[in-house]
Ligand binder design. Structure first.
Ligand code: GAL
Length: 981
C-alpha cells in the first residue's frame, strides 16, 4: 500500500468542500508562531510531536505560520518552468522528501462552543496530515485549496495541541507543475471555526440580472436547516432561504460598476454576512456577455507572489494588486494557475475585476515523457483532479466577480477533464468553462490559445483560421469550436524589457466581436529579495539559491517588478487598453470621444485639455463631453486655445480623461486616458521668421596633434571627436549593439540575439579608411564590420561647423551579405564625463519607449538624472531608451556645463554609466558598477521589442533591417564649461 503522500487519494477525513463565508460565530485564527522541525526524508521524521509534551531542541525552532519554510532558512526554494524537480515516476516521490513538522499549542477561549467545530486550512503545500491533541484528523493534498476537518471531538477546553506534518513532495505535486517556485509549507491561514448547532454548512447565492427588464432574481440555497435571508436595501427581511425573490429594479454588478448589496443569512445562533452582486453571464452568438453586453477582457495572469514571503500574501498586498490593476485600466484577472487566497476574490467583488478562476491543476512536466502517464488521461487520477475542481467551485461560487471557471493549465488533454467539465456544468450552470490545452475545446466554452501572433488573432477574428488538427476530422466538434468566443488566455510575455505590440493586440481584439480579449503573461516578476555582502538589495531568480535543475529568469516576466514597482510594460498596457479613445481632426475643429467601457457611461470622467509650446504649458481648460453610453461615441468641438503669437517650438494639445470624483480604487483626478495632437500654427508658415543666415563655412585646421573644426577637436588618425570646446568626449562612432533583452534572446532557436551574435554584431570593429579635410568639412570614412565576416557597414561621418557647434551627418551603407538579418539598433555612441548627470530633453517621455512600445510616452519637456533614466529590470538588459527626442541636454549639475544635442528631426536617447557590454554581462543590477563616463547613445532606430521570450518577435514593421541610411545630429556645448576629465 502506498503511503498517503504517494497515493491517488485527494485526502482522508476531510469535510465536504463548501463556500467560504464569514459569520459572527466564533473564529480563532491559529496563525502565529509555531514550532517547526525539518527532516530530510519522511523516514527520518519521528512522530514524536503529537502530544502534550513540548518538544525542545532536536532541531525544533520557531516558524511563523503562514509561511514557506524554505524562505526561513530551512532548505531552499526551487524554480522550474515545465520540468518536475523530481523524477517523473508517478505517483511516487523521492525517498528524500523534505518533511516539515509543525506544532502549535493554543488556548481555547472559555466561551467556545466545541461541538461541531471545524479546523480549516486555506492552503498547505503540498500534502499534510494533521492531529489535534494526538488524535488524527486526516490528510489532504491540493496546495492552493482549503481543507477542513471536524475538530469538535478532539478539542479540549483550555490548552490544545495542533500538530501538522507537511511533505514537500507528494503524488499531488504531479498535478502542481505550474511554472513557478516550489514553495512548501502551511502558507495560508489556519483557523478554528465555531459551527453552532443548527448552523448553515454551505450556501449558494444565485443572483441574476435581466438586462431587458432591469429585474434581479435572488435565491440563496442552504439546504437544511432553514435560514432566513435579509437584504435591507432590497426590502428583503427574514425571507426563508431557498425562496426566489424577484426584485423589480436592481443595480447590476459589473467590473466597471461593482455594485454589491449587503445581506445577512440568519440561523438561531449565527449571522452570515453576504455580499450580493446581480449579474448574468452568458455565451451568446459566439460572444461572452454579462448582463446582455459583450465583454472585452483586458486582463492579466496573476500568480501570488511576494518578494519576501513567496505565496504568503497579506491583505494589503492583495489590495495593492487590485488597486494597481484598476489604476492601469486592467479589468480582468486569470488566477493563473490556481485559486488565489479567498480574500483576493473579495477584493475583486468589491473593487471590480472580471475573474477567471483557475483550478490547481498543471501536469506540464509530462511533456518530457511525451505525455506518457499524463494524469489527465488516467482514471486513477480522476478523484484527485475532481476533488480540486470541487474544492475550487464550492469555495468560490458566491463571487460575482468570477465569470469563468478554468479547469487548469497546460495538462495536455484527457478523459478526466471531461469529468471535471461535466461535474462543473451540473453544479454551476451559470458560468462558462475554459480549458486551453485540449485543442478540441470539447470541455471549453472558449476557443482559447496562448501567444498567438497578432495576425493570427486577426484571422481568428475574421473566422478564417484553419481547423486545429484535433478537430479537422470531426465536423461536429469543429462546428462547435468555430462558433466559440475567442480568448487569448496568455499573450504578450512581459519578461524583462517588453512586451512589444500591446496596442496592436488590443486593436485586433477590438476589431472582432468574436474576441473576448486576453490576459497578458503575467502580472508580477517572481523574484526574491536578497542582499549582496555589502548590503545592496537585488532580486533572485532560478539558480540563485543553488537550485538545480532550474528555469533561470523565466519567472521574471511580470508587468510589475517583484516589489510591485510598475514596469514600463504596465504603463504601455494601461495606454493600449484605455477605456476611452480620443481622436481629433483639428483642421475641422473636431474631437471624437469613444467610450470603450462595456457597461459604464462616461459621466464619471472629467475631460481637460492643455496646450504646450515646446513642452511648456501655455493654455488649458476643460472639455465638455456629453454623457456617452458604453460602446458609443460623441463628436464635439475641439478646444480652441489662443495660440501664442510666436511659438518657441512645437505646439501639442493634450486631452486627458480623469476621474471626476473619488472612486474606491483611485482618487479624483486619476488619469484614465489621454491623447495628444500636434497643433499646426497658422502664423508659422505665413510669418515664419526669416531663416538665420547660415554661418560662414569654417575649414578644418590641423592642430598640434589633431584637427580642429570650429569648436571641435578631432583625432587626426581615427577621425574621432575628442573635445567640443572645453568638453572632453569620446566619439561619436557608429554603434549597432544593444544588451539583448529577454525578448531578443527569445526561446529556442528563434532568437534575434543568437542571429545577431552569429552575424558578429556584438563585436564590430571600426577601421578608419580616410580622414579628409575639405574646404568646409571634415569627412571621416570608416568601415564598421564584425570579426570573422565580410559584411560591413560603410560609415561616413561628415562634420561641419555650424555656428557655435558641430553638425554631423552620418551616412551608412551596408556592404556584403546582410540578407534576412536585423540590427539591434543603429546610431552613434559617445561618452561624456561622469559629471554630466542631469538630463533634460524635449521628445517622448517621461518613461522609456521602443518602436513597438511607445504609446505610453507623450511628447513633452522632461528632466531626469542619468541614474533615473535606468529601468532596473531584475536581469540587466537594454533599457531606458527615450524616443523621438528633438533635443537633449546632459549637464553637470555643479556647473551647468555640458552638451546639447539636436536631432534633425529626432533621435533616440539612452544615457548610462555603463556600457552595453557591462549590461549584458551583469546577472543582477548590483553587478553594474558605474564607470567614470556617461555613455550616450543617439539612435536613429531600434529593433522593436516583440515578445519572443515566449511568443512572437516584433511585427514586421518593427524589425530593423539594415539599409542605406543617413541621419543628422547637431552638437554644442553648454556654458559654463563642464568639468574636465
Ligand atoms: C505558458 C504557461 C505559463 C508560463 C508561460 C511562460 O505556457 O501557461 O505558466 O509558463 O507560458 O512564462
Amino acid at each position: 500500500m502506498l503511503p498517503y503522500y504517494e497515493d491517488y487519494e485527494p485526502g482522508t477525513g476531510r469535510r465536504a468542500p463548501r463556500a467560504a463565508f464569514t459569520s459572527d460565530a466564533g473564529r480563532l485564527s491559529l496563525n502565529g508562531h509555531w514550532l517547526f522541525r525539518l527532516s530530510e526524508a519522511v523516514a527520518e521524521a519521528p512522530l514524536d510531536f503529537l502530544h502534550d509534551h513540548t518538544p525542545r531542541g532536536d532541531g525544533w525552532s520557531e516558524l511563523p505560520v503562514p509561511s514557506h519554510w524554505v524562505l526561513h532558512g530551512h532548505g531552499i526554494p526551487r524554480y522550474t518552468n515545465t520540468a518536475y524537480p523530481f523524477p517523473v515516476d508517478p505517483p511516487h516521490t523521492p525517498t528524500r522528501n523534505p518533511t516539515g513538522d509543525h506544532r502549535l499549542e493554543f488556548e481555547l477561549p472559555g466561551t467556545w462552543r466545541r461541538d461541531g467545530s471545524v479546523l480549516r486550512f486555506e492552503g498547505v503545500d503540498s500534502c499534510f496530515r494533521a492531529w489535534l491533541n494526538g488524535r488524527e484528523l486526516g490528510t489532504s493534498k491540493g496546495s492552493r485549496l482549503p481543507a477542513e476537518f471536524d475538530a469538535g471531538p478532539a478539542l479540549r477546553p483550555g490548552r490544545n495541541v495542533l500538530a501538522v506534518r507537511v511533505h514537500r513532495w507528494s503524488s499531488g505535486s504531479y498535478l502542481e507543475d505550474q511554472d513557478m517556485w516550489w514553495l512548501p509549507g502551511i502558507f495560508r491561514d489556519v483557523t478554528l471555526l465555531e459551527r453552532p448547532a443548527g448552523c448553515v454548512d454551505d450556501l449558494f447565492v444565485h443572483a441574476g440580472y435581466d438586462h431587458t427588464t432591469g429585474r434581479g432574481t435572488l435565491r440563496v440555497d442552504t439546504g437544511a436547516p432553514a435560514a432566513l435571508l435579509t437584504v435591507p436595501e432590497l426590502g428583503i427581511t427574514d425571507r426563508p432561504a431557498g425562496e426566489t425573490a424577484v426584485i423589480d429594479r436592481v443595480e447590476p454588478w459589473s467590473a466597471e460598476t461593482p455594485r454589491l448589496y449587503e445581506g445577512r443569512l440568519s440561523t438561531p445562533h449565527e449571522h452570515i454576512a453576504l455580499r450580493i452582486g446581480f449579474r448574468t453571464v452568458a455565451v451568446r452568438e459566439g460572444r461572452l456577455t454579462v448582463n446582455g453586453r459583450p465583454l472585452l477582457l483586458r486582463g492579466v495572469n496573476r500568480h501570488e507572489h511576494d518578494p519576501d514571503h513567496g505565496r504568503v500574501l497579506d491583505p494589503e498586498t492583495m489590495r495593492r494588486d487590485v488597486l494597481l490593476m484598476k489604476r492601469h485600466n486592467i479589468n480582468a484577472v486569470r488566477t493563473s494557475h490556481y485559486p488565489p487566497h479567498p480574500a483576493f476574490l473579495d477584493l475583486c467583488d468589491e473593487l471590480g475585476l472580471w475573474v477567471v478562476d483557475e483550478c490547481d491543476i498543471e501536469t506540464h512536466g509530462f511533456i518530457h515523457a511525451d505525455w506518457r502517464g499524463n494524469p489527465a488521461d488516467d482514471p486513477r487520477w480522476e478523484p484527485m483532479m475532481l476533488d480540486r475542481m470541487r474544492r475550487m467551485v464550492e469555495r468560490d461560487k458566491n463571487h460575482p466577480s468570477i465569470v469563468i471557471w478554468s479547469l487548469g493549465n497546460e495538462s495536455h488533454h484527457g478523459r478526466n477533464f471531461g469529468v471535471l467539465a461535466e461535474w462543473t456544468r451540473r453544479r454551476d450552470p451559470s458560468r462558462p468553462l475554459h480549458y486551453e490545452r485540449d485543442r478540441t475545446y470539447r470541455h471549453s466554452d472558449f476557443y482559447s490559445l496562448m501567444y498567438a501572433p497578432v495576425a493570427q488573432v486577426e484571422r481568428i477574428g475574421r473566422h478564417e483560421e484553419d481547423a486545429p488538427p484535433e478537430t479537422a476530422d470531426d465536423p461536429a466538434l469543429e462546428a462547435r469550436r468555430r462558433v466559440l468566443p475567442f480568448l487569448l488566455c496568455e499573450y504578450a510575455h512581459a519578461m524583462g524589457n517588453g512586451p512589444g505590440s500591446l496596442a496592436a493586440y488590443q486593436r485586433a481584439f477590438e476589431q472582432s466581436p468574436r474576441c473576448a480579449g486576453g490576459f497578458v503573461w503575467e502580472w508580477i516578476d517572481h523574484g526574491f529579495r536578497r542582499r549582496t555582502a555589502d548590503g545592496r538589495t537585488y532580486f533572485a531568480y532560478g539558480g540563485d539559491f543553488g537550485d538545480h535543475p532550474h528555469g533561470g529568469n523565466f519567472c521574471i516576466d511580470g508587468l510589475v517588478l517583484p516589489d510591485r514597482t510598475p514596469s514600463p510594460g504596465l504603463l504601455e498596457l494601461k495606454k493600449a487598453i484605455e477605456p476611452v479613445a480620443v481622436t481629433a481632426a483639428l483642421g475641422r475643429g473636431l474631437v471624437r470621444v469613444a467610450n470603450r467601457y462595456d457597461h459604464r457611461d462616461l459621466s464619471h470622467l472629467r475631460f481637460t485639455w492643455s496646450l504646450e509650446d515646446e513642452g511648456v504649458r501655455v493654455a488649458d481648460g476643460e472639455l465638455k463631453v456629453p454623457c456617452v453610453a458604453a460602446g458609443e461615441e460623441a463628436v464635439i468641438p475641439a478646444p480652441r486655445p489662443l495660440l501664442p503669437e510666436a511659438p518657441r517650438g512645437e505646439l501639442w494639445l493634450t486631452v486627458r480623461a480623469e476621474l471626476a470624483a473619488d472612486e474606491p480604487w483611485a482618487g479624483a483626478g486619476h488619469e484614465v486616458a489621454w491623447a495628444q495632437f500636434p497643433v499646426p500654427h497658422p502664423h508659422r508658415v505665413a510669418a515664419a521668421p526669416a531663416p538665420a543666415p547660415a554661418p560662414a563655412p569654417v575649414a578644418p585646421r590641423p592642430s598640434d596633434d589633431g584637427i580642429t573644426l570650429g569648436d571641435g577637436d578631432f583625432d587626426a588618425r581615427t577621425g574621432l571627436l575628442r573635445a567640443l570646446g572645453p568638453l572632453r568626449l569620446d566619439g561619436p562612432a557608429l554603434d549597432v549593439w544593444r544588451a539583448p533583452t529577454d525578448n531578443d534572446r527569445g526561446m529556442g532557436p528563434d532568437s534575434a540575439a543568437k542571429d545577431w551574435r552569429r552575424a558578429g554584431l556584438d563585436r564590430m570593429d571600426h577601421r578608419t579608411v580616410s580622414v579628409r579635410q575639405g574646404p568646409d568639412r571634415l569627412e571621416v570614412e570608416t568601415r564598421v564590420a564584425p570579426a570573422g565576416h565580410e559584411r560591413a557597414l560603410r560609415t561616413r561621418y561628415v562634420w561641419t561647423a555650424a555656428g557655435p557647434g558641430l553638425r554631423l551627418v552620418v551616412h551608412v551603407v551596408p556592404e556584403g551579405p546582410w540578407d534576412g538579418l536585423t540590427l539591434p539598433r543603429i546610431g552613434v555612441l559617445l561618452a561624456l564625463p561622469a559629471a554630466c548627470e542631469d538630463v533634460r530633453w524635449f521628445g517622448k517621455g517621461p518613461g522609456e519607449a521602443y518602436p513597438d512600445s511607445q504609446e505610453a510616452a507623450r511628447v513633452g519637456l522632461f528632466t531626469a538624472t542619468v541614474a533615473g533614466l535606468q529601468t532596473p529590470y531584475v536581469v540587466p538588459q537594454e533599457n531606458g531608451h527615450r524616443a523621438a527626442v528633438r533635443w537633449a541636454e546632459l549637464t553637470d549639475p555643479a556647473t551647468g556645463g555640458g552638451l546639447r544635442v539636436e536631432g534633425a528631426p529626432h533621435f533616440g536617447l539612452t544615457a548610462r554609466r555603463w556600457t552595453s557590454q557591462d549590461l549584458e554581462a551583469a546577472r543582477h543590477p548590483t553587478d553594474l558598477v558605474p564607470r567614470d563616463r556617461v555613455f550616450v547613445h543617439l539612435d536613429l532606430a531600434h529593433q522593436g521589442l516583440g515578445s519572443a521570450s515566449c511568443g512572437p518577435g516584433p511585427l514586421p514593421e518593427h524589425r530593423l533591417e539594415p539599409a542605406e541610411t543617413t541621419f543628422e545630429l547637431r552638437f554644442r556645448t553648454l556654458a559654463p564649461p563642464a568639468a574636465r576629465r
